[in-house]
Ligand binder design. Structure first.
Ligand SMILES: [Fe+2]
Length: 327
């Protein structure tokens, strides 16, 4: 009987009298015609990031961190950090489509409890003497200029044995994890993960002096787009590409746009960058967000070292990547 009903239904569906009736029948079955116009088209001729170019000043974040150091402790705030949200409507945390960043600070004597999560994370240490990180039981220093990795699902916590408030930049792929949905997060059962080894040298730590030495050995950039570049190996966090650029005072790049979201952190020097239709004047510790497919033009007005995290390797892996030289 049910089968007969179904056959009748199918016969009716196969002989609908009008396009309106077809639309209604599809809607009732959670199907939508591919040919109708939509608020957000399924296919577009060119990519267009919904995110906008943006700039955050470290000097301002640092001053506000000093207030935060007085006003909130690490009991209340698991991590004392300021997230850099892209200023588009309805967005309260993503910096760009796949990446998020924050400024974070820790006071002498403090401990930030250990946890782990699927998103990959890194830190660029902006001012620190005596703070440290514990990643899967390994304790390493976090000194000014260091870049420290915490690959997804690694236990990580940090503390500070020095005398001065410490500051760093955090970068993660949380928005990508949210898009793909495999978000998992756990607090360490002991609260604070115990140290099993202590070392200055770890694949989880890129020391400032070694980064400078690697830049000194790096070949010139034949494209003129990026400047002298070192790619930092981070094989256990393949969704985030980590690079450090060196730009001599007066250097200008050959402008370009590419299908990769990039976040820059100024590790040394000063200058300006035009991203899309906006120009930002930057100095030490500043963060600049360049959404994919915006024109990128840099000018260093002092000898500069620029950290860059991006989703370029991810875009290349997916065969989505493309790049165009521009005037
Ligand atoms: Fe974390």
């Amino acid at each position: 009987m049910a089968e007969a009903d179904n056959d009748q239904g199918l016969a009716g569906l196969a002989s609908l009298p009008s396009l309106d009736a077809l639309m209604q029948a599809l809607d009732a079955r959670d199907m939508t015609p591919g040919w109708i116009p939509r608020d957000k088209p399924i296919l577009t001729a060119t990519m267009h990031s919904q995110f906008v170019p943006a700039h955050w000043r470290y000097a301002e974040a640092r001053a506000a961190m000093q207030s935060a150091g007085r006003l909130i402790d690490t009991e209340l705030a698991e991590r004392r950090n300021f997230v850099m949200r892209n200023p588009i409507e309805g967005n309260d945390f993503s910096t760009l489509r796949t990446l998020i960043c924050a400024y974070q600070s820790i006071l002498p004597g403090e401990r930030a409890r250990s946890h782990r999560h699927t998103p990959h994370a890194l830190r660029v240490i902006l001012e620190s003497k005596g703070s440290f990180s514990i990643v899967d039981g390994e304790k390493t220093p976090m000194e000014t200029g260091d870049i420290v990795l915490t690959p997804g699902w690694s236990w990580h916590g940090h503390g500070h044995d020095g005398d001065e408030q410490a500051y760093w930049f955090d970068g993660l792929d949380v928005p990508l994890t949210q898009l793909l949905e495999p978000m998992f997060c756990q607090d360490h059962p002991d609260g604070w993960e115990s140290v099993t080894t202590t070392t200055d040298h770890s694949p989880m730590r890129f020391i400032w002096s070694e980064t400078l030495a690697a830049l000194a050995q790096a070949p010139a950039d034949p494209t003129g787009h990026f400047g002298t570049t070192v790619t930092l190996p981070a094989p256990t966090m393949p969704s985030i590409q980590l690079q450090v650029h060196q730009w001599a005072s007066g250097w200008r790049n050959a402008p370009y746009r590419h299908a990769s979201n990039m976040i820059y952190v100024v590790m040394q020097g000063e200058g300006s960058s035009s991203i899309g239709d906006q120009t930002f004047h930057w100095g030490y510790g500043d963060t600049i967000a360049a959404p994919a497919w915006n024109r990128i033009a840099h000018h260093a007005s002092a000898d500069t070292v620029m950290f860059c995290m991006s989703d370029e390797a991810l875009m290349r892996w997916a065969h989505y990547y493309r790049i165009e030289a521009l005037a």
